[in-house]
Design a protein around this ligand. Structure first.
Ligand code: MN
Length: 251
C-alpha cells in the first residue's frame, strides 16, 4: 500500500452524486478510504470501480438499518464475501426507528461474524448505535481477535464499554461530529492512541454546510491535536502507523 496522507476509514462513496469522481478525488489526494456499502447488491459496482485504485478499498456491507427489509440479502452477502478482505457497514442499531428489526439484525450480524471468523483475516467497520454491549458480546463470542479485526465506527458506548472493546482488540474510527460532542470527545481521549483512526461517514456528516468528503478528516485531525496534545503532523503520522499495523495484522 502506498503511504496515504489522510485516512477515512468509513465513507459511503457510492452515495455521492458522482461515485467515480468521489473515488478519483481520494486517489488524487492520497486519502486511504474504506468505501462502505449498505447492501450486497451494491457490491459488484463498488468492486469494479475500486479494483485498481491505490487508496480506495470497497467493503461488503448489509447495514443494520436496512435489515428490516433486506434480511434475506445475507445469503448474497455470504456468497460475495470471498471477494474482499473488507466488511461493512454491518452491526446493530437499537434506536427507536429500527428496534422492531432487532432480532433479525442479531441473526444477520451473527452470520456476518461467523462467516468472517471462518474465512479469517477480515477487517470490519461496525455500527453499534445503542447496542455497544450486545455488539461486544457478539464479537467476543463469534469473532475472537485472532480471527479478524473490528473497527468500531462512531462508537458512543460508555467508557467501560470502550475499554472492553479495546481489550477485545478493536480499533475506533472517529469523526468530526463525534469530536464536537464533549461527552464523546472525552471518550475518545480515553482510548488507546494506537487504536485510533479517522472517518467521515460521509455523506451523512457535514463540513462547512455541505456533505463531508474523505479529505475532511482534516477537521477530525485538528480536533484530535487538542485532545491528544500532539501536533497535526504527529496525529497524521500516528494514524498512518495505526492503519498500517491494522492492515498488516493477519488473523
Ligand atoms: Mn455509515
Amino acid at each position: 500500500m502506498p503511504s496515504p496522507t489522510l485516512i477515512d476509514f468509513h465513507c459511503h462513496l457510492d452515495l455521492y452524486p458522482d461515485h467515480a469522481a468521489a473515488i478519483a478525488e481520494c486517489e488524487r489526494e492520497h486519502v486511504f478510504t474504506l468505501a462502505v456499502t449498505t447492501t450486497p447488491k451494491a457490491w459488484t459496482r463498488n468492486l469494479e470501480l475500486t479494483k485498481s485504485t491505490k487508496h480506495v478499498r470497497a467493503a461488503l456491507g448489509l447495514h443494520p438499518q436496512l435489515v428490516g427489509k433486506r434480511a434475506a440479502e445475507i445469503d448474497l452477502w455470504e456468497e460475495l464475501l470471498p471477494q474482499t478482505r473488507y466488511v461493512g457497514e454491518v452491526g446493530l442499531d437499537a434506536s427507536p426507528r429500527f428496534y422492531r428489526s432487532f432480532e433479525a439484525q442479531k441473526e444477520v450480524f451473527q452470520r456476518v461474524l461467523q462467516a468472517c471468523a471462518r474465512a479469517g483475516d477480515k477487517v470490519l467497520t461496525i455500527h453499534s448505535v445503542r447496542t455497544a454491549k450486545v455488539v461486544l458480546d457478539m464479537l467476543e463470542t463469534h469473532l475472537p481477535a485472532r480471527q479478524g479485526t473490528a473497527v468500531m465506527h462512531w462508537f458512543t458506548g460508555s467508557q467501560s464499554e470502550a475499554r472492553r472493546a479495546a481489550d477485545l482488540g478493536c480499533y475506533f474510527s472517529v469523526n468530526n461530529e463525534m469530536l464536537a460532542n464533549p461527552k464523546h470527545a472525552a471518550l475518545v481521549q480515553g482510548l488507546p492512541i494506537d487504536r485510533l483512526l479517522t472517518e467521515t461517514d460521509g455523506p451523512f456528516t457535514s463540513c462547512d454546510n455541505r456533505p463531508a468528503k474523505p479529505s475532511d478528516v482534516r477537521f477530525a485531525i485538528r480536533q484530535l491535536t487538542q485532545l491528544l496534545k500532539l501536533s497535526e503532523t504527529e496525529v497524521a503520522d500516528l494514524l498512518v502507523v495505526n492503519l498500517k499495523r491494522l492492515l498488516s495484522t493477519r488473523g
